[in-house]
Design a protein around this ligand. Structure first.
Ligand code: HEC
Length: 161
């Protein structure tokens, strides 16, 4: 990438840092969140900050996040990385925490035709597997853990993290 590309990324990261907002609350059992201006969920879903180490585990877990089935990520010990979605290397250089949270909670707000599941949404889901009709795929804490892990994906190079 040329030095202009690099500068653009740096500016984007600085802007992202500028709109970051302070933590708030929400009970784990409630599926409630506020989408602000159609592009971000600024307030964390839980009081307990996300744990990036756990988030990496949920992202790998084939029954929970299963993010690897569609995304390449810096997780070299796993063999198969799908390519349905964009690679997530350096994704925190592009999006801030709130934007990443919305992309996991309900990507269909941004793209109604998205192939990506809405991981923390209940209403309006169709063709949901039996037993999953009334619950989100991930708990609020798992979403926060994954957001925390995504926030560690800072480098656009493909080295392992
Ligand atoms: C069934 C495939 C699929 C799965 C599973 C999936 N995604 Fe996605 N994801 C996509 C697609 C496709 C996009 C591109 C945007 C769109 O179509 O909504 C995307 C976009 C994204 C983006 C925005 C990336 C960018 O550069 O714009 C992030 C962040 C993301 N996904 C994170 C995750 C995480 C974290 C998980 C696991 C919890 C996950 N995805 C699971 C298909 C998937």
């Amino acid at each position: 990438m040329n030095r202009f590309g690099y500068t653009t990324l740096t500016v984007a990261a600085a802007l992202a840092a500028a709109v970051w907002t302070a933590p708030a609350r929400a009970a784990d059992s409630d599926v409630s969140y506020e989408v602000v201006d159609g592009y971000t969920i600024r307030e964390p879903l839980t009081d307990t900050p996300g744990d990036p180490v756990m988030g990496r585990k949920w992202a790998i877990n084939r029954k929970l996040g299963n993010c690897l089935s569609c995304h390449q990520m810096p997780i070299p010990e796993e063999q198969f990385h799908g390519e349905t979605g964009p690679a997530l290397y350096g994704v925190a250089d592009v999006y801030d925490e709130g934007e990443l949270r919305l992309r996991i909670v309900d990507p269909k707000v941004l793209n109604p035709h998205s192939m990506m599941p809405s991981f923390y949404k209940v209403e309006g889901l169709n063709r949901v597997m039996k037993g999953f009709q009334d619950k989100p795929i991930l708990s609020a804490q798992q979403v926060e853990d994954i957001v925390a892990y995504m926030m560690t994906l800072r480098d656009t190079s493909k080295k392992s993290q």
